[in-house]
Design a protein. Structure first.
Length: 140
């Protein structure tokens, strides 16, 4: 008895029948519906909702990044192996490591996709996001 496409097997989903009795299962987050469900459940921040010059501190499994929002998804980023100095970049969004991307989003548990001078890099999964309190920098 074979499994029909769309059948869930824990975190996996049967996606297609390859041949007689041969079914392939992929991680649910690798399917469009699964990605939407998983990305919607992640807490995070939309770059489009932030004011220019907002400063984010993003801690991933392997690095810490300081990200200054410029305009929409244009940012200045410093941190990790690929951005040792403050560099202009484009933060495309976040992924679970596949080809699906939540545009202009940084999500906890997801990996950021950042485009710099040397092309795209995908970070390790985000652990924490904080917004720098800029009010403490102001003098009265």
């Amino acid at each position: 008895m074979g499994l029909a496409p769309g059948t869930r097997l824990g975190p996996y989903e049967v996606t297609a029948a390859i041949g007689a009795g041969d079914m392939r299962a992929v991680a649910r987050a690798a399917t469009l519906d699964g990605f939407i469900d998983a990305a919607s459940a992640c807490r995070g921040v939309s770059l489009l909702a932030l004011d220019p010059l907002t400063v984010l501190h993003v801690e991933t499994r392997n690095s810490v990044y300081r990200i200054v929002v410029s305009e929409r998804t244009a940012v200045f980023v410093q941190g990790g192996h690929f951005f040792p100095e403050n560099s202009a970049a484009h933060l495309a969004g976040s992924t679970f490591g596949g080809s699906l991307l939540k545009i202009a989003w940084i999500g906890v548990g997801m990996q950021m996709e950042i485009w710099g001078d040397n092309g795209p890099i995908v970070t390790s999964p985000v652990r924490n996001i904080t917004v720098e309190d800029q009010r403490s920098d102001r003098t009265h």
